[in-house]
Ligand binder design. Structure first.
Ligand code: GSH
Length: 204
């Protein structure tokens, strides 16, 4: 399998962490989707990473579809419960964490995208997205409470998705003081960073 991605992308990181936790082999091909000469649309018509390219050349995207597929490949370290309420709970954690990243990325692009003039940038839009980030963090913190992991006592995709969102916020929005406001999230990220899967994929 070939994974097309970038080391700064939190969605790509989610996939790489799942690959590592499940001990799956893959080739990591780095692609800058923001460069004028990117070839990403040859694999993913949406022009986004991550994109998984299978042995036969078929492409699988987006990150949620990829990680769900990867979890079926090996019984090692099951990350998504197979059915019922528990499965819906883990997928909802993932949707929340991905939603925080989506909002953060929209805010960042509004402020920094090189093809937008300063007069075209909207502070109201940035504020709207940052409110989602803050509300998402609050909800994560409340959901985690004093449990060791988001969905109970074992690592699951919930923690991986939340860890990627927190790690990306620390990387791109160091001014958001989520560690002091939500110490339980900081504790969770510090614990996750002890795992090689997290430590080896720090956003860069
Ligand atoms: N929902 C997608 C989001 C992927 C995504 O937005 N990736 C960013 C990189 S962090 C990207 O490729 N953006 C390029 C673009 O929007 O044109 C997923 O989970 O894979």
């Amino acid at each position: 399998m070939k994974l097309i991605g970038a080391t700064a992308s939190p969605y790509v990181r989610k996939v790489r962490i799942v690959m590592a936790e499940k001990k799956l082999d893959y080739q990591f091909v780095q692609e800058n989707v923001w460069a004028d000469d990117t070839h990403i649309s040859a694999s993913n018509p949406l022009g986004k990473v991550p994109c998984l390219v299978m042995e036969g050349g078929e492409a699988v995207f987006d990150s949620r579809v990829i990680v769900e597929y990867l979890d079926t490949l090996s019984p090692v370290g099951k990350l998504i419960p197979s059915q019922g309420r528990e499965r819906a709970e883990v997928k909802t954690w993932e949707a929340l964490a991905d939603g925080v990243m989506d909002a953060g990325i929209l805010a960042r692009l509004e402020a920094t995208w090189v093809h937008r003039k300063d007069s075209e940038r909207s502070q109201a839009w940035i504020d709207r997205q940052l409110l989602k980030v803050n509300d998402g963090l609050k909800s994560m913190s409340q959901g985690l409470g004093d449990k060791p992991y988001c969905s109970g006592i074992h690592l699951s995709l919930s923690d991986i998705a939340v860890g990627c969102a927190l790690g990306w916020l620390e990387f791109r929005f160091p001014e958001i003081a989520w560690r002091s406001e939500y110490p339980n999230l900081g504790k969770l990220l510090d614990k996750l960073m002890q795992r090689p899967s997290f430590a080896d994929t720090k956003p860069a």
